[in-house]
Design a protein around this ligand. Sequence first.
Ligand code: ADP
Length: 491
Amino acid sequence: MAKSLSILFVTSEVIPFAKTGGLADVSAALPLALTELGHDVRIVVPKYGTVSERRNRIHEIKRLKDIPIMVAGEETMATVKSSQVVNSRAKVQVYLVTNDKYLEPVKGIYQNPTTGKDFPNNDERFIFFQKSVLETCIRLGWRPDVIHCNDWQTALIPVFLKELYAKDNFFAHTRVVFTMHNLAYQGSFPASTFEKTGLSPKLFAGNGLEHGGNINFMKAGIVYADAVSTVSPTYAKEILTPAHGFGLEGVLKKHKEKLFGIMNGVDTEIWGPETDKLIDTKYSRASLEGKFENKTALAAKFNMVADLDTPMVGMIGRMVAQKGYDLIVDAIDELAKAGIQLVIMGEGEKKYLAALEKAARKYKNIGLVPGYDEEMAHQIQAGSDMLLMPSQFEPCGLNQLYALAYGTVPIVHRTGGLADSIVDYNPKKGAGNGFAFTQYDTAGLLEALKRAIALYRDEEKWEALLQSIMEEDHSWKASAADYVEKMYRKP
Ligand code: ADP
């Protein structure tokens, strides 16, 4: 048997403590799956002001108090607290980093919740967090075999480790790997931010952290990590092109030999109709009538009446261009008249919200949840017949995988992880697990929806489709093993 590894998983969000999107789900589920494979995994995450200590059973750790951290030439103190993430099969230790300047007083993860704007000191907040992570290991006397960094908020750790801690032998045997969950968010700050890191000025220009005149945290992760990954095989190829690399395609191409695409999985205990604690009626492949009860309950929330002949179509996603809201807004009248009930939930840009609010007032068969509601996300998955995911681009996408588990047929734009996980239904063969459109436009979206509605009318074929998609295995097991073999083990 190969040696089991000690792994520190570094992330800016993890359920149940802090979540803005898929990263938080992955940050709990992957460490749990790795633990099940026999590895010693611990998670470290910032403790934002919104995280309740009592509700989350967060405890103090005596020797992890008041650790001095240098940010922008000033010393500030980190305190690290302890909690766990658990499922029925495993539990993982979580370290939560707090601080009186950058984290505790702030009611938001990346943005001020009242203005919807990024915090102006996000550079300092996450420089602080990343330095605290390494100091925590030293205080604990714990030399992990692997530090797994996720997204720009943690992407300076590889450079800190190799430059600031190079002389000190502590991390000599630690491999540092970096996963990019979305190239659209890179952590790009003015050049003046570079000085706040405490790194030698020679690391900025040339092949350093500089990108387009700014300091780019994600670039640091790509250049300095021992292995780099993103969250699906198709997206790993797409990001090498100008259309999806958001300016980093050149850097990525240069480091292509250490770049992997590993698909995210699903924690089926949290996202599965048999065990889901947040839905009205549990159900399974053998008791699909339970799904209609969820549809009835969902419809009622929007003053609609669930109807066996009218498909309920759900959409859950951050209200940003990436998720395809331009198509939805442009096609809203056609969608309203397509013979469906449509429920959309999301939080984000006002222009989409305003257009959808108007549509929800105009059409009785359109429901809108403007905001973020974890419970409602589960209820939409369980109560919908179809899930709409017309993303412009999609690194992996979790919602379409969750939908499969709930017998909710995904309708997707064929891009990134959606292309890797959803196979367009072929009526002749009865094969496929959803409906996919290739051309990113309203005609493509409406055509895929039309085909889905036509199949929905064929009760027998629809039932067969639900039976087969609910049987698919998208658990973390295979992907967790991939991380170990491709990323964590030294070549
Ligand atoms: P991304 O990470 O780009 O936001 P994913 O599909 O990978 O997209 O993951 C989205 C996760 O965030 C899912 O767990 C989904 O249920 C959740 N989510 C997104 N928007 C909302 C919302 N408005 N309310 C509740 N949960 C949401």
